[in-house]
Ligand binder design. Structure first.
Ligand SMILES: Nc1ncnc2c1ncn2[C@@H]1O[C@H](COP(=O)(O)OP(=O)(O)OP(=O)(O)O)[C@@H](O)[C@H]1O
Length: 410
């Protein structure tokens, strides 16, 4: 089972807050054929992830890659994971499965019982830990469950491994097939992402405006989630063709939208609107371009112009030249506009134009908080002083160059 193995991670069930205190030191994973949603609910705080087998695999997984250390008789192929780990008896009978997995449901979520009732109880109280169990933080059961010891020294590596082999299409709703052309969110936003969205949708309707999140904080998920909440078609504008591909990918990653409902429109990739494309991803340039277009392009741009979009999603709003921005805004019609950026700073005077072209700043995350929360990498700043040439210094002192035009969009 190597990297790229066709698993899909389906987080994270219906957490019941009152259960969180009982969270076990196990990373609980359930493997099941895609399309079948395991009904076991487990709290997120217990580091729970569901893995769902892709339809490319037509049989339930065995524990070939992960072995169940405690299980006698062949790596636990027919085994259950332990109910309790007794660290005081490290090697022999250290695992005590008091009953069977039906009782796991008691510890997690009432919803889980239905699914578990299908599984017969088994007694594994006599099973022993394998001698090298400390090197085996992952326990796989024949019924598809994998348990990861969070207290294992290899926990982090094992966790990374699971994530690496999994394709994070994630989130339970993503396994529900949908015929909708509009995206439906299948993600679990982080607190600051949720806050951004709540600022946008706070009073029950979508507000236009700008959300500022540091690089790598997950603006894409916020954009996709916004499109999902609006439940209408979305025109997504990026700065270049590479970004267009990335946005198309992000929509597939974070939502249930089907491939045929996303169209990309770049100079190299003019995907015709297949049906009523729910999401069209293109560049500012493609929309604002005033020159002669090919017949195909003309048709697509006409479609873009004539349609009433639910959301105009604008990536990197701060870098778009003002005149292009105005043009794009004036030739497209949308119910709501959302601008995303990492920094509302630009070199010309026009940053404040965004205020009336799009809307106010809805939310700005403090990057230090995100670093503290472990959501983005720690940044170290070092100030390096160096001499300026005379000419450069004279230029620097000129009023119009002396300050950066930082927006205050409150
Ligand atoms: N809620 C989330 N849960 C898990 N992973 C997330 C979440 N939000 C974002 N990520 C991950 O964080 C990483 C950065 O996300 P993304 O590329 O959207 O950031 P960004 O803010 O657009 O960055 P940039 O400014 O560099 O474009 C991605 O790997 C993404 O999958």
């Amino acid at each position: 089972m190597g990297v790229g193995h066709p698993f899909a991670v389906h987080t994270l069930c219906q957490a019941r807050p009152q259960r969180l205190g009982q969270a076990r030191n196990f990373f609980y994973i359930c493997l099941s054929p895609t399309g079948h949603s395991p009904s076991i609910g487990v709290p997120q705080s217990a580091h729970c992830i569901r893995l769902s087998l892709s339809s490319r695999l037509d049989r339930a997984p065995t524990s070939t890659a992960f072995s169940l250390p405690a299980m006698a008789g062949g790596d636990g192929d027919r085994a259950r994971a332990p109910k309790r780990y007794k660290s005081s008896a490290p090697s022999k009978a250290a695992l005590v499965d008091e009953t069977a997995e039906m009782n796991y449901a008691d510890d997690f979520d009432d919803d889980s019982r239905d699914g578990d009732n299908e599984v017969k109880k088994r007694d594994f109280t006599k099973l022993e830990l394998k001698p090298d169990h400390v090197n085996r933080p992952l326990w796989a059961c024949a019924d598809g469950r994998i348990f990861l010891e969070t207290f294992s020294p290899l926990y982090k590596q094992a966790y990374d491994f699971l994530i690496a082999i999994a394709e994070p299409v994630c989130r339970s709703t993503s396994i529900i097939p949908t015929s909708q052309s509009r995206p439906t969110a299948c993600s679990r936003p982080r607190p600051y992402q949720e806050k951004s969205l709540s600022k946008m949708f706070g009073n029950g309707r979508a507000r236009s405006g700008i959300i500022v999140l540091p690089c790598g904080a997950g603006k894409s998920l916020v954009g996709v989630s916004a499109a999902c909440r609006i439940k209408k078609s979305c025109l997504c504008l990026a700065t270049n063709a590479v970004s267009v591909d990335q946005w198309a990918f992000q929509f597939k990653l974070w939502s249930t939208i089907r491939d045929e409902h996303i169209s990309r429109f770049t100079s190299d990739n003019k995907e015709k609107f297949r049906g009523m494309a729910g999401v069209v991803v293109t560049t500012y340039n493609m929309v604002a371009f005033g020159g002669k277009r090919s017949e195909d392009s003309e048709k697509i741009i006409e479609e873009i112009r004539s349609r009433e979009w639910g959301l105009l999603l604008m990536d990197e709003v701060h870098v778009v030249p003002a005149h292009m921005f105005r043009k794009v805004i004036s030739i497209t019609k949308s119910h709501c506009k959302l601008g995303l950026t990492a920094t509302l700073v630009r070199e010309d005077e026009r940053i404040t134009d965004l205020n009336f072209l799009i809307g106010p700043k809805l939310y700005e995350a403090n990057w230090l908080d995100l670093v503290k929360g472990g959501f983005i990498a720690n940044v170290q700043c070092a100030e390096v002083w160096c001499p300026m040439t005379k000419e450069f210094f004279a230029e620097y002192l000129k009023k119009e160059n002396s300050k950066k035009k930082q927006v205050n969009l409150h």
